[in-house]
Structures are given as structure tokens and as C-alpha cells.
Design a binder for this molecule. Structure first.
Ligand code: HEC
Ligand code: HEC
Length: 271
């Protein structure tokens, strides 16, 4: 009987230790980021999943963390869903939002409606935001993605989540007609630059981006091979004073070969 008790106690302790180890002892493996275009089934999503989806958009397709990070190029977003009410009451606010949720939406699609002090484009006295409209250009978030980003911002700030999970039918069809049909070529280099949001980060054409190097005279110092490589593989050469992983790495996949050459030629001609 004594032995039986010992064996039982021994087994229980062993099982308990094993359970504790498997719960707390095994390091958590962080999964690799998902591919940029994620298949989502909005109909079946819970709010928690919608919030998590928003977080992935912020880190991935939205490219938000390129600017919103500890380097201080843009304000941190932890608390913006709460600060929104102060923004709306500020006399510098010139938008049309009536509550925190619509303030957040406006920040995403009309960033200049309120420019956080100290973060405006240089020379505009904080009246123009350097942030691109993330529902257009190269980032082009859908309604469902914008909603998920707002849900994520509200969740992160510990605010009430007021957005609804966008219905799947609200997700706009990709431009360019029938699904599977190839995208039409850009009509001009200027269209291409505008669509791909190069100007969000670079001084180029009419744009005044400040995150990356000024490209208005880039052809004077860089040849075509260098320019082609800096678009296809932005981390190959990092200019002095800049950091790797800032410029989106997938322009090569978004452009037809002829368009890439048009763009390279355009840049090489900026002297
Ligand atoms: C090219 C850099 C850049 C990118 C990319 C960018 N932002 Fe911004 N964003 C800024 C800057 C700079 C500001 C501050 C100026 C302003 O108020 O518009 C800002 C402001 C904001 C604000 C308002 C902050 C406040 O305190 O009122 C929100 C919300 C925001 N961004 C969210 C996002 C999200 C979400 C994304 C990705 C979908 C994103 N941003 C992508 C640069 C960027
Ligand atoms: C989110 C910000 C961002 C966007 C959008 C962006 N870039 Fe950049 N780009 C950078 C940064 C930062 C650098 C400097 C670091 C590096 O070389 O990767 C850079 C570097 C470059 C260089 C090399 C410059 C040099 O002198 O070495 C070229 C050329 C360039 N970008 C072209 C473009 C074009 C064309 C587009 C649009 C199709 C574009 N970039 C979009 C941030 C951006």
C-alpha cells in the first residue's frame, strides 16, 4: 500500500511538472508574417480575429510601421484612439469627423485634416501631413482593411471598439475590370509614381516626401543599373543616413518590365 501511494504521488508530480513545462517552459515561436495579400473570410470572423487582422495590415500591407516606430518619424499609435477626442476639440482640427472612430478613419484617408504638432511636412508649419492616403496609391487598403486597422487602434488604446466588421460585399473589387484580367499599363511615369506612392517618402515630381533621399537630381549621381537595383532590391545599397527595410521591397512584382524601364529612364534623366 505504501508503495502504491508513492507511485501515485510520483506519477502525479511528474504529470504536473510536465503540464507546467508544456504551458510555460516551451518558448513561444512567433510565426513568420503572413503574405501581403491575405485571403480573409469576413463573414466568419469574430471581433478578436478582425483586430488581429488589423494588426497584420499595420505591419504588412499598410506599411504603417515604416513610419510609425521608435525612430520618431511619425507619432506612436498606441494611444491615438483615446487622444482622438482631444484632436477633435483642438482649434487646429480642420476635418469633418464627429467622433473618435471617424477621426481615425479621416487620419487614414485625409491625413492633413489634423497634423500632429512637429510632424508636418517641412515648411508647411504643420498644415500638411507627410502621410499618404492609405486607401489609394501603392498601399490601397480596402474598406475591410481600414475597418480592421481602426479596430486594432481602438483595441490597442484600450478604448471601446466601435467599428463593425465590414461585410465582405463592401470589399471593393480590384480595379482593372474582371478578376484575373491583367492590370492595364500605367499611362505615364507620373501616374506610376503617384499610384506607387514614391512621393510619400521621396522628393520626386510634385511630391515632397522626406523619409527617403531626394530624387529630383538622382540621375546626376546614379546610373541606370544602380537605379534599377535600388527599386528591385532596395536593401542592396543603403545611402548614408538611411536605414534598411524602409523602402517597400516588392515594387519589382508590381511593375511590368517595360514600366520598370520607363521609371528607371525617368530617374536617370533627373539631372
Ligand atoms: C510615410 C510615412 C507614414 C506612413 C506609411 C503612415 N503614416 Fe500615419 N502618420 C505619419 C505622420 C508623419 C503622422 C503625423 C502627422 C499627421 O498628423 O498627419 C501620421 C499620423 C497618423 C495618425 C494620426 C495620429 C494622431 O495622433 O492624431 C494615425 C491614426 C496614423 N498616422 C495611422 C497610420 C496607419 C494605421 C498607417 C498604415 C495604414 C499609417 N499611419 C501609415 C506618417 C506615416
Ligand atoms: C516607405 C518609404 C519609401 C517609398 C514608398 C519609396 N521609397 Fe525609395 N527609398 C526609401 C528610403 C528610406 C531609401 C534609402 C535607403 C535605401 O536605399 O533603401 C530609398 C532609396 C531609393 C533609391 C536609391 C537612392 C540612392 O541615392 O541610393 C531610389 C532610386 C528610390 N528609393 C526610388 C523609389 C521609387 C521610384 C519609389 C516608388 C516606386 C520609391 N523609391 C518608394 C524609402 C521609400
Amino acid at each position: 500500500m505504501g508503495n502504491f501511494l508513492k507511485v501515485t504521488v510520483f506519477s502525479l508530480v511528474t504529470i504536473g511538472l510536465f503540464a507546467a513545462y508544456s504551458n510555460y517552459g516551451i518558448p513561444v515561436i512567433t510565426p513568420a508574417p503572413p503574405p501581403v495579400e491575405e485571403e480573409i473570410d469576413l463573414g466568419a470572423m469574430t471581433m478578436d480575429q478582425y483586430v488581429a487582422f488589423g494588426g497584420r495590415v499595420v505591419e504588412g500591407k499598410g506599411t504603417c510601421t515604416l513610419c510609425h516606430n521608435e525612430l520618431g518619424r511619425a507619432p506612436l499609435l498606441d494611444n491615438v484612439a483615446v487622444v482622438a477626442d482631444e484632436r477633435l476639440a483642438d482649434e487646429r482640427y480642420k476635418g469633418e469627423a464627429g467622433d473618435a472612430e471617424s477621426y481615425l478613419m479621416e487620419s487614414l484617408v485625409k491625413p492633413s485634416a489634423y497634423v500632429v504638432v512637429g510632424f508636418g511636412k517641412a515648411g508647411t508649419n504643420d498644415t500638411v501631413s507627410p502621410m499618404p492616403d492609405v486607401s489609394s496609391g501603392g498601399i490601397r487598403l480596402s474598406e475591410a482593411e481600414l475597418g480592421a486597422v481602426i479596430a486594432w487602434l481602438q483595441d490597442m488604446a484600450g478604448a471601446e471598439i466601435t467599428v463593425e466588421i465590414a461585410a465582405a460585399e463592401e470589399v471593393p473589387e480590384d480595379e482593372g475590370g474582371e478578376p484575373g484580367e491583367p492590370r492595364p499599363m500605367y499611362e505615364s511615369v507620373e501616374d506610376m509614381i503617384a499610384e506607387l506612392s514614391c512621393g510619400a517618402c521621396h522628393k520626386i515630381a510634385e511630391e515632397e516626401g522626406e523619409v527617403g533621399p531626394d530624387l529630383t537630381t538622382i540621375g546626376a549621381t546614379r546610373d541606370e543599373a544602380y537605379l534599377r537595383r535600388s527599386i528591385l532590391d532596395p536593401n542592396a545599397d543603403i545611402g548614408e543616413g538611411y536605414e534598411a527595410d524602409m523602402m517597400p521591397p516588392d515594387y519589382g512584382e508590381q511593375l511590368y518590365a517595360a514600366e520598370l524601364e520607363m521609371l528607371v529612364q525617368y530617374l536617370a534623366d533627373r539631372k
